[in-house]
Design a protein around this ligand. Sequence first.
Ligand code: ASP
Length: 436
Amino acid sequence: MSAITCKFGGTSLADAACIREARAIIDANPERRFIVPSAPGKRTPDDRKITDLLYLWHNIALQGLDASEPRNIIADRFVELARELGVSFDIQPLLDEIAACVCDSESPDYMASRGEYLNGRLIAELLEATFVDPAECIKFDDTGNLDPATYDLLGARLQGPGRFVVPGFYGSTPNGAIKTFSRGGSDITGSIVARASNSKVYENWTDVSGFLMADPRIVPNAKHIAEVTYQELRELSYMGATVLHDEAIFPVRGPGIPINILNTKAPGDAGTRIVASRESKFPVCGIAGRAGFSMVNVEKVGLNKERGFGLQILSILDHENVGWEHMPTGIDTISLIIRDDELKDKGPAIVKEIERRCSPDRVSLNKGLAMIATVGVGMNHHIGIAARLCSALANAQVNLRVIDQGSSEMNIIVGVDEPDLNKAVCAIYDAFDNWG
Ligand code: ASP
């Protein structure tokens, strides 16, 4: 029988009622055999996520202060969940074990992972499923990347009848220490489990019915996206569409396992299907943007002929340990677009070093840039896309500071002043909605 991997996000498991809904979804299809839970999330907008409380607990305890408040809130929530769900196992010894280990490491990863671990234990009991601890079979290598041996190790643990519960968000390093993915990383675990179990589909159950063509806070009636390719989604989620972790597609992309983004509150909704390839009627499938970029502009007459000029600049960034996003160039100019959270306060040092090592005519650092990606596989060989996009921005009185089209011709990235971000997204959306 071919199987399905189901990952449930924190809001879909926030309380006993949500967990019962998740169980009804799992029970509705016997193929849903591999279950990946997040830690319980917020029950109301001003509630706290268990993971946030675990980070807080670790932080307070490391400073030698009294962490009883977060510890008690966490304990109460799990005890209450177990009671309301009628789960028979005693959660208290597990909580005591965590409390005893809180200061064992400077790294918060062990503590942060315990939300998924406890929820996984609880849900495995509820579903009468086999519990598989990712510490034993999701492995990171010495550089912090996923060790490909994970797929065989985990695959071997997912053999046999019945259901399996694999908590999201963590694995372990070669020396056995717990290590988490970045925040929201249970999506990545779901994808790893789907691949290791050879699932026919990876269902990612969350609190929305898939993706919209643009952020609904900016474009209120943005259309639903029925199907999107892995590649399109990478572009969109990287640039701000946050439904799925932007690394979650890597494990399933090779074997071509589709991901369905589905809504636990509306399980009958179609959701969005993420696939390897698709036919597209319209050139543009989505528009995503975000603020918080800076641009380093380097000018030197004839720099395009100067051997190793670009390389020097990149090695300066490398030396400062700063990654870059885009590098539009002209004959006499090179610009580097860098995320502010990557650049931190290193901008002036980078400018100084470029002045020292590259002797440019001019170098400047400009902040306050927002980047917008307009994405769609149907844009390839479609005449007039950039013209339409630029005139939409011009009509909306938005100044275009950067434009960059990927050679795959499936995205056009523009940079605008941060205050123009929403206006620009609306203008691009209106220009491409139903056009093509
Ligand atoms: N619980 C973790 C977080 O809050 C991981 C996840 O939910 O995916 O980031």
